[in-house]
Design a protein around this ligand. Structure first.
Ligand code: CP
Length: 323
């Protein structure tokens, strides 16, 4: 694996999941793999889980991680080719990225979308410019449209849960991605990415439910059953993935904040005692109720903990390719 920006960079999801779960059992088995290597973690936006889990993963592999909060502490970067830089940007990615390519062996970047211009955001210009100019492998820590480390974690967590409590032979798990209310317009990244990975994984009966006009980009959801009837979608679900996203078509808007879409124990009653997932951070009693988050069905802490093993599996694959 050279870069890790989407499921398309992964030759085998199952093999990557096996590797991640083996690191969970023996975290330091490949401590020498990254010896003498450095990873730069560039954050243009805030983070807790991604920042900490990727640092821990790198250290487990013997790498030295260096975090740079570009968004707060760095020069304002320009990403457009041939830009006349007479505005607020100070340094072009064309100049900054090759320097980082000399400082580091792997570069990992978080770049959220603007939610102002769909075409710009969905072109993934920022991460593509880093790939173009850094000259070293690039890992997405969440880009304008996707969050692949989160989605790999989610498949790992589902696989782990199914191993602990298997379904009847031959039965595919029913996984439901449900929209939830939120007070701010959020990116579609997590929902896009989760859809892309579950579809590529191909081992689930996958249903997406959301209010009218919250359709995601079809390139990620194609293959899933899509419905506006949340109660119907939840029937017999084995896993319910809760996430808010803003509108895709009329880009970056909030059309509704209907609290009826928030998952409660009453809604969960029609599921197959489903495990409830969320990438976090979560707005309690807006996106997800206390009773769910504090209840036995929630696996959000296990899910967030698994971020380490997902990152470690990905970094180890990239380190192997550098040998
Ligand atoms: N889920 C996730 O990416 O969390 P952070 O934004 O805290 O990194």
């Amino acid at each position: 694996m050279k870069n890790f920006t989407s499921v398309h960079d992964v030759p085998s999801i199952d093999e990557l999941v096996i590797k991640a779960l083996s690191y969970k059992t023996t975290p330091f088995i490949d401590k020498s793999l990254g010896a003498g290597k450095r990873i730069g973690l560039l954050f243009l936006n805030p983070s807790m889980r991604t920042r900490l889990s990727t640092q821990i993963a790198a250290q487990n592999l013997g790498m030295e991680p260096i975090v740079f909060n570009v968004g707060q502490e760095g020069w304002a970067l320009e990403f457009e080719d041939e830009a006349i830089m007479s505005g607020s940007t100070v340094e072009h990615v064309k100049d900054a990225a090759p320097i980082m390519g000399n400082y580091f062996d792997i570069l990992a970047i978080r770049t959220f979308p603007s939610l102002k211009n769909r075409e710009d955001d969905y072109s993934e210009l920022y991460i593509k410019q880093f790939i173009k100019y850094a000259g070293i492998p690039v890992v997405s820590l969440e880009s304008a449209t996707l969050h692949p480390l989160q989605s790999l974690t989610d498949i790992i967590t589902i696989t782990e849960s199914l191993k602990k409590k298997p379904l009847p032979a031959g039965k595919k798990p029913k996984i439901v991605l449900t929209w939830a209310p939120h007070v701010k317009p959020l990116p579609q990244c997590v929902a896009n990415s989760f859809s892309q990975w579950v579809n590529a994984w191909g081992q689930a009966d996958f249903v997406i439910t959301h209010p009218e006009d919250y359709e995601l980009d079809e390139q990620f959801t194609k293959g899933a059953t899509i419905t506006h009837n949340q109660d119907e979608a939840l029937k017999d679900a084995d896993f319910v993935y809760v996430k808010n996203w803003s509108t895709f078509k009329d880009y970056g808007k909030i059309y509704t904040n209907d609290p009826e879409w928030m998952l409660t124990n009453k809604k969960l009653a029609v599921t197959n005692n489903a495990k409830v997932m969320h990438c976090l951070p979560v707005r309690r009693n807006v996106e997800l109720s206390d009773e769910i988050l504090d209840g036995l069905n929630s696996i959000v802490t296990q899910e967030a903990s698994n971020r380490v093993w997902a990152a470690q599996a990905v970094l180890s694959e990239i380190l192997e390719s550098l040998k």
